[in-house]
Ligand binder design. Structure first.
Ligand code: SAM
Length: 288
């Protein structure tokens, strides 16, 4: 039976193993059972599921995932947590612990080794890897149904906002191209040990079977999006023409904007995903 998810049991384990928190790994362990259950509920896990957990910590979420899922693969970077995980997960025979850096492992290879069916990703993410791990999961086309993650509140907001807001940018567009984002709950800093400096939120990203827009070259779309948001105060024409890594010039960008009936002074943050996909398809045809 799950024993973690509260202050006392977490403090006991930390004390007994004389575990030192490592800030560089974003170690803020969840100590609130209500939030834990909200994550489990919103991830909609069944015994048919294979779950990938990123950063199991002392195994708080892992215990509950193991109870709900058919199989859990947990990737933890900190070797000092492995003896703790071996203890807290001893009663579960459906958990595989991998001591590695999630940004360095071949996630597609792991999924393949475990049967190859689409996975569900669930994690209380270390904040420093939020964007790279989300981009890796999507851009490498890891077969998955959904990603249910705890992230910094501000980053959750960025993932789900639309054009014209200050938080809108490359991350919003990338997430919304691949998945439907829904904020599940806000999480105050007091729900963690040690307490972080910022509030968090749980967000669920449900992978689309087919992207909501038709794009001729996905890598090119994201190169165009990144260049468009590189320097926020610049116009789209300046951002794209000065990107350096894009084989397009100012005149070509201006022509495409005119074809799309957009003013030459338009800024990236006002364009929808549909407009970015049209822009990138048109630029692709013109690029030198
Ligand atoms: N899941 C636990 C919980 O909810 O209490 C711990 C969450 S804590 C915010 C993040 C965890 O990710 C830590 O255990 C940390 O050591 C681990 N971690 C940090 N960077 C990692 C990486 N690159 N690959 C795998 N795990 C990582």
């Amino acid at each position: 039976m799950a024993t973690l998810g509260n202050r006392k049991s977490t403090a006991d384990i930390i004390e007994r193993h004389q575990f030192d928190f490592r800030k560089k790994f974003g170690q803020n362990f969840l100590i609130d059972n209500n939030i834990l259950e909200k994550i489990i509920e919103s991830a909609q896990i069944t015994k048919d599921d294979c779950v990938l957990e990123i950063g199991p910590g002392i195994g708080t979420l892992t215990q509950r995932l193991a109870e709900e899922a058919g199989e859990v693969i947990a990737v933890e970077i900190d070797k000092n947590l492995i003896p703790i995980l071996n203890e807290t997960l001893a009663d579960y025979d459906n958990v595989t612990i991998i001591n590695d850096d999630i940004l360095k492992v071949d996630i597609n290879g792991i999924v393949e080794e475990h049967g190859g069916r689409p996975i569900k990703v669930v994690a209380n993410l270390p904040y420093y890897i939020t964007t790279p791990i989300i981009m890796t999961l999507f851009e490498k086309h890891v077969p998955l149904y959904s990603v249910t993650i705890m992230v910094q509140k501000e980053v959750a907001d960025r993932m789900q906002v639309g054009p014209g807001t200050k938080d809108y940018g490359a991350l919003s567009l990338a997430v919304q191209y691949y998945a439907k984002p829904e904020i599940v709950t806000k999480v105050p800093a007091a729900c963690f040990m040690p307490r972080p400096n910022v509030d968090s939120a749980v967000i669920r990203l449900t992978r689309y079977e087919d992207a909501p827009v038709k794009v001729d070259d996905e890598a090119w779309l994201f190169a165009v999006i990144r260049a468009s948001f590189n320097q926020r105060r610049k116009t789209l024409v300046n951002g794209l023409a000065n990107a350096g890594n894009l084989p397009i010039n100012r005149q070509q960008v201006e022509e495409v904007l005119a074809e799309m009936c957009l003013p030459a002074s338009v800024r990236g943050e006002t364009l929808t995903l549909e407009q970015f996909s049209e822009l990138s398809n048109r630029l692709l045809k013109k690029r030198t």
